[in-house]
Design a protein around this ligand. Structure first.
Ligand code: GDP
Ligand code: MG
Length: 298
């Protein structure tokens, strides 16, 4: 048996660069939600991976780094600072682009201040024809920060993930494991269910609606007499007009959302799911501390 080791890893980077996709590939399971719209990941979801050579990697997938616009935004930026302090590795994810973004430079500045070892993953290499572009980007980034390692990856094509895993493992330290070795996430099942439902909304609805929604799971229980999981979810939105959009003509949109969510939930929990969704209006919930607390976002 190899020596027991642990690494705490914060995944950081701008919205939409593929942080959740990389985490999912590393874990080999769908835990963090993925969508083409930025700012999908709201809570810092933790994934846990214990490798056959006895290394436990504990991940937090932080919300995308951006300038705060409201209370929720402030909390999200705060989460970035919080989650990089004291970790063994910051996994900094970028996507191939000609120019470095201001937010990325700011993020690198914060990582330097936190004195955290940083591993750079350049994701979406599949989307670039000229590989010299990637080399140029890496050159620019290495001028800003001393990376422990630089790994080009494609979460989409599942390329470079093993190499990335090796680099992360190198930064682990001898320690007892903090989670049972078969743990994939320490997030309660309810949070995973809520995130999966929210993902389905993000994929189907217009820009202004989804980021004003939250999903609360009011019931999550397995029946005693049958292998059925009953899940009741309330979708909270900000305006009456949004409620109409989410429900759709004759309930069509809500039905599409809940059908897609149910399929994913059944795959994830490996049990038949009876999912019921309601839509309620909570005006301007983004700026209310109390509600933010209720939704577990602080
Ligand atoms: P996050 O906001 O950083 O967590 O990004 P997500 O993981 O949610 O991904 C954002 C978008 O980029 C989604 O549409 C993904 O399908 C897409 N994406 C992620 N990884 C790759 C990749 O390796 N190649 C390509 N072409 N697209 C990717
Ligand atoms: Mg994400």
């Amino acid at each position: 048996m190899d020596e027991s080791r642990v690494a705490f890893i914060a995944i950081v980077g701008c919205p939409n660069v593929g942080k959740s996709s990389i985490l999912n590939r590393l874990l080999g399971e769908k835990i963090a939600i993925v969508s083409p719209k930025p700012q999908t990941t709201r809570t810092g979801i933790t994934g846990v991976l214990t490798t056959p050579d006895n290394v436990q990697l504990i991940f937090t997938d932080t919300p995308g780094f951006h300038k705060p616009k409201n209370k929720l935004g402030e909390i999200m930026v705060h989460t970035v600072d919080e989650s990089v302090s004291g970790v063994d590795v910051c996994l900094f994810v970028v996507e191939p682009e000609k120019e470095l973004r201001a937010a990325e430079l700011e993020l690198l500045r914060r990582l330097k201040a936190a004195k955290a070892p940083v591993v750079l993953a350049v994701n979406k290499t599949d989307a670039v024809k000229d590989k010299a572009e990637i080399a140029l980007l890496i050159l620019k980034l290495t001028k800003e920060c001393d990376f422990e390692a630089v790994v080009p990856v494609s979460a989409l094509k599942n390329e470079g993930i093993d190499e990335l895993l090796d680099e992360l493992k190198k930064l682990s330290a001898p320690s007892m494991h903090f989670f049972p070795d078969d743990t994939l996430t320490d997030q309660p099942e309810r949070v995973i269910a809520a995130e999966l439902i929210r993902e389905k909304m993000l994929l189907r609805l217009d820009k202004e609606v989804p980021h004003g929604v939250a999903v609360a799971i009011e019931r999550f229980s397995e029946r005693d007499d049958a292998d059925i999981l009953d899940i009741d979810a309330v979708i909270y939105c900000e305006k009456e007009s949004h409620k109409g959009i989410i429900i759709g003509k004759g309930g069509a949109m809500l039905k599409a959302i809940s059908t897609a969510a149910r399929k994913d939930l059944e795959r994830f929990f490996e049990i038949q799911v009876n999912l019921k969704c309601w839509v309620k209006v909570k005006e301007d919930w983004r700026n209310r501390e109390g509600l933010i607390h209720n939704f577990g976002l602080d």
